[in-house]
Design a protein. Structure first.
Length: 368
């Protein structure tokens, strides 16, 4: 079987005689065929972003897109008189996508040739192919998670959030509070793990503990009472951030063993890692357990190291270590340790989470 082509992450549309029929400067009533509208909506629901590279008057074209009811589907539209290859690059830059994940559709062979010449990795399609795009493998992700379905809304929320942050002049903590952040920590199900998996695949930038657990391993632990697989999601008043983290916890009576903690780099500036750690420390304290965490320093997870040290973890040895086997795989993994003490709830966000401590205490009661 041939390899599946690389998925397209953003489709860039030409307007005149591609998205709509006619030339806007000659005919202000250009028509949007309903099949094209359906294609736009369908690609959007698969988590494929869409943008525009059109030689047109910006205000006029954008107003027409609004009147046609499709303007909201497009991010970073490039409408002007510049080269289309520049527009496509601009879109890729702003989304932080590689050019080989961008597709471009235009009715004019000369425009496709120009883009191919200056941005060879971009995949170009003729306007006649518009209605068949949705059936092509490169536009057909195998699984579509809840985060993928609302990817565009998540991007649009992040543009608005960034703009607000730039114009905000108060201290950072005040800005964070103004976002009305809500963090939800919950026991993972299959769908949650797919979201985490997708996050790691798409960004490959999880700010991890340096210890890797393959997804099959995490999936297999979902029903294991000695283990806890938790996912972290974040929302604020601008919209959802989606799944932003994952934890793997292994319960021993005197000590809780944090085998994996990973949070997305996208939310480092919200202090998400520290909030999760503080919550966990508080839970362990109320269950009367020590905490130990596996950590392998890499050149990319210094922030996580700082978060551990700041939370009070040290390299000191403790008797509780006798409960645990040696570090699962590989060398270079440190066992950080902490005698858990009660912690304050976060001041910058609201936290929704299961009460692990109460559940552990209840369970050990019933075992007596
Ligand atoms: Zn200990």
């Amino acid at each position: 079987m041939p390899d599946k082509p690389k998925l397209v992450k953003c489709l860039v549309w030409d307007l005149d005689n591609t998205l709509w029929q006619g030339t806007l400067l000659e005919d202000p009533e250009v028509r949007l065929p309903s099949e094209i509208r359906d294609t736009i909506v369908q690609l959007d629901s698969r988590g494929i972003l869409q943008s525009i590279a059109s030689k047109n008057d910006y205000d006029l074209a954008w107003r027409r897109l609004e009147d046609l009811g499709v303007a909201e589907y497009f991010v970073h539209a490039q409408i002007g008189w510049g080269r289309k290859s520049d527009s496509v690059r601009q879109i890729a830059d702003q989304l932080n996508f590689a050019l080989d994940t961008i597709a471009f559709i235009d009715d004019l062979p000369s425009e496709r040739a120009e883009v191919s010449f200056r941005a060879a990795e971009v995949r170009c399609y003729a306007a006649e192919q518009a209605l068949s795009l949705a059936s092509l493998p490169e536009f057909s992700p195998e699984t579509v998670t809840i985060d993928a379905r609302r990817r565009r809304q998540m991007y649009q929320a992040s543009f608005r959030r960034d703009a607000e942050r730039e114009s905000f002049s108060g201290p950072d903590e005040e800005f964070l509070r103004s976002l009305e952040l809500v963090m939800t920590i919950k026991r993972a199900d299959e769908e949650d793990l797919s979201r985490v998996e997708e996050l790691t695949l798409r960004t490959s930038q999880m700010n991890a503990t340096g210890v890797h657990y393959p997804d099959e391993v995490l999936r297999a632990l979902l029903g294991d009472p000695a283990h806890e697989v938790l996912t972290v999601t974040l929302t604020d008043r601008f919209g959802p951030h989606g799944a932003v983290g994952v934890l793997l916890l292994d319960y021993h009576r005197p000590v809780w063993h944090l085998k994996l903690l990973a949070t997305s780099c996208r939310v480092v500036s919200f202090g998400a890692g520290a909030v999760v750690l503080n919550w966990l420390i508080d839970q362990a304290a109320r269950a009367g357990a020590h905490l130990t965490a596996d950590f392998r320093p890499t050149d990319r997870n210094r922030m996580m190291d700082i978060a551990y040290r700041f939370a009070g973890f040290t390299g000191d040895s403790c008797q509780c270590a006798a409960e645990l086997g040696p570090p699962a795989d590989h060398d270079g993994v440190q066992r950080l340790h902490l005698i858990a003490d009660p912690r304050q709830a976060p001041t910058t966000m609201r936290l929704i989470s299961p009460d692990l401590a109460a559940e552990r205490l209840e369970r050990s009661d019933s075992m007596r």
